[in-house]
Design a binder for this molecule. Structure first.
Ligand code: AKG
Ligand code: FE2
Length: 344
């Protein structure tokens, strides 16, 4: 071990009990010695067991058919998610009202995010924010994530222009992190098979003994993995290994507009590569919480002062970093229309 790491360890150790996932950033989580002795294996098994316990207390709050889908597959698809009049207003606003946007380019894919308004301002975007806070969505997403809490919501556009860059890293099959956690997409328009839909390996959210052993093996060598996403704790899996872990084949999810997809992104998933230019816009939400605490709810982000400002505050901090000449994940893209094709 590098002597400098000795000083970093007392500071890095408490992260073991949080949602911290990066092997590269955290010397304790990334320690080959500790992982050989079973640190990662224990984190995975414990986080999973706690999630299952919390899910039991939420089970009666969600629709039985949707619960069955999450339990069996790790994701659920709900058609006609928004009432017609709200859907119409959302589509009109998205097509005609420019909004502050931030973008991250990953190879040929641009991921554009637009925070939702923090206050009710009569807009359809504010209504989307309320939709995410409704008990129906909170419970469904909370159940899928294995813990309820504030869903960080935004408008998301994925714009893919195949000749413009390298492969899209999100098109590699992966798990987002080491514990149950949820994302949602409410696709505003049709996403056909050839438009780069979301795809998921059904059942891969379940911790099989083979998956646990695989997690253990990955963790030991994670910091030196050539794929930086893998080293950051978002493990990549070659698709032909799904079967060995006890899982089904990847299933693409093309959807008609107004379809809600909620997925436990501990399960293996990816974006399908798009063979042509596509722009895919959705209401997008993320619920990722500390998986080790026994209770649901009690999320500081639910406090009125923080609620709905989480994303915007994060993005403003990115702007400050950019102005200071530091590297950022999301670049300010000005005030633009959500569905605009980015410049190459
Ligand atoms: O955009 C998609 O279809 C999936 C991307 C992904 O892997 C993610 O957001 O975690
Ligand atoms: Fe992902």
């Amino acid at each position: 071990m590098n002597p400098v790491d000795l000083f970093r360890i007392p500071l890095a150790a408490p992260a073991i009990f949080t949602a911290e996932k990066s092997f590269r950033k955290n010397p304790v989580i990334g320690s080959a010695t500790l992982n050989m002795r079973g640190l990662h294996r224990r984190r995975v098994a414990w986080a999973y067991a706690m999630s299952e316990r919390r899910r039991k207390t939420l089970a009666s709050r969600i629709d039985p058919a949707e619960r069955e889908s999450v339990d069996r597959d790790g994701f659920v698809v709900r058609h006609n998610a928004l009432p017609d009049d709200l859907l119409k207003r959302v589509r009109e606003e998205v097509a005609s009202i420019p909004r502050p946007a931030w973008q991250m380019r990953q190879g040929q894919a641009v991921n554009r995010v637009m925070p939702l308004p923090a206050r009710s301002d009569g807009s359809a975007m504010a209504a989307l924010s309320r939709y995410l806070a409704s008990p129906d969505i909170r419970n469904l997403v909370g159940y899928t994530a294995g813990r309820t809490g504030h869903i960080v919501g935004m408008l998301q556009t994925i714009a893919v222009d195949p000749p413009s860059g390298a492969a899209d890293p999100q098109a590699d099959l992966h798990a987002d992190t080491f514990h149950p956690t949820a994302k949602l997409w409410l696709f505003l328009h049709d996403v056909r098979e050839e438009d780069g839909p979301f795809a998921y390996a059904p059942g891969s959210h379940r911790l099989t003994p083979e998956r646990l052993e695989w997690e253990h093996q990955q963790a030991i060598r994670a910091t030196s993995n050539a794929d930086r996403h893998h080293a950051a704790g978002s493990f990549r899996l070659p698709e032909d290994q799904l079967k060995a872990l006890g899982y089904g084949e990847v299933r693409p999810c093309p959807v008609p507009g107004n379809t809600l997809v909620v997925a436990d992104t501990y399960g293996f998933h990816r974006r399908c590569p798009s063979p042509h230019r596509t722009v895919r816009t959705s209401l997008y939400g993320v619920l990722r919480r500390n998986p080790f605490l026994p209770w649901n709810g009690l999320d500081p982000y639910d406090l009125p002062v923080l609620r709905d400002r989480v994303m915007l505050t994060h993005l403003h901090m990115q702007d400050r970093r950019a102005r200071a000449g530091k590297s950022v994940v999301y670049e300010n893209a000005g005030t633009i229309l959500a569905e605009m094709m980015p410049e190459a």
